[in-house]
Ligand binder design. Structure first.
Ligand code: SF4
Length: 149
């Protein structure tokens, strides 16, 4: 699988410093998509096990979580990278536009964000959102962490 970009982010997973990989080839085509450059398959750099491990090694003592923006459409590769991240003591999160993902992926996640982008409903920081940020272990909805008072 290929990633369009990689950045260190602070807000997408509350309380965590996350290494965020935006995976290209998104098949969902949400209306009003904020990242249509992610639709085309094979865009960006190859994210194989070696390339991923090199990045994890650089940020080993700085970041706490690995976050994938998509990639569930490459189930086998994604699971392999999630397992590697866990082995190196990173927590794991997936942002997907789907309502659910394969159980084999879910098992490797600490958190998952589900739900398509619906412009009129807003994202996680909106009280009307259709999206959910879930702690996988407890199945608890943690959307309240994104809502500013
Ligand atoms: S899931 Fe995200 S990247 Fe894919 S079409 Fe929807 S908004 Fe765009």
């Amino acid at each position: 699988m290929y990633y369009y970009n990689f950045e260190v982010v602070l807000q997408e997973v509350p309380g965590e410093i996350s290494l965020c990989f935006s995976i290209s080839g998104c098949p969902l085509r949400c209306q009003g998509c904020h990242s249509p450059f992610l639709w085309k398959e094979g865009v960006g750099d190859l994210l194989n096990k070696n390339a991923f491990e090199e990045i994890l090694n650089v940020y080993n003592n700085l970041a706490t979580c690995v976050l994938f923006m998509g990639g569930e459409w490459y189930e086998k590769e994604l699971i392999e990278l999630l397992k590697l991240a866990k082995l190196k003591n990173f927590k794991t999160c997936l942002y997907t536009g789907k309502e659910e993902v394969a159980l084999a992926i879910l098992r490797e996640l600490t958190w998952i964000k589900t739900g398509k982008w619906e412009q009129v409903l807003g994202g996680l920081n909106s009280i009307t959102t259709n999206q959910k940020f879930i702690e996988v272990k407890t199945n608890k909805n943690l959307n309240y962490l994104f809502i500013k008072n």
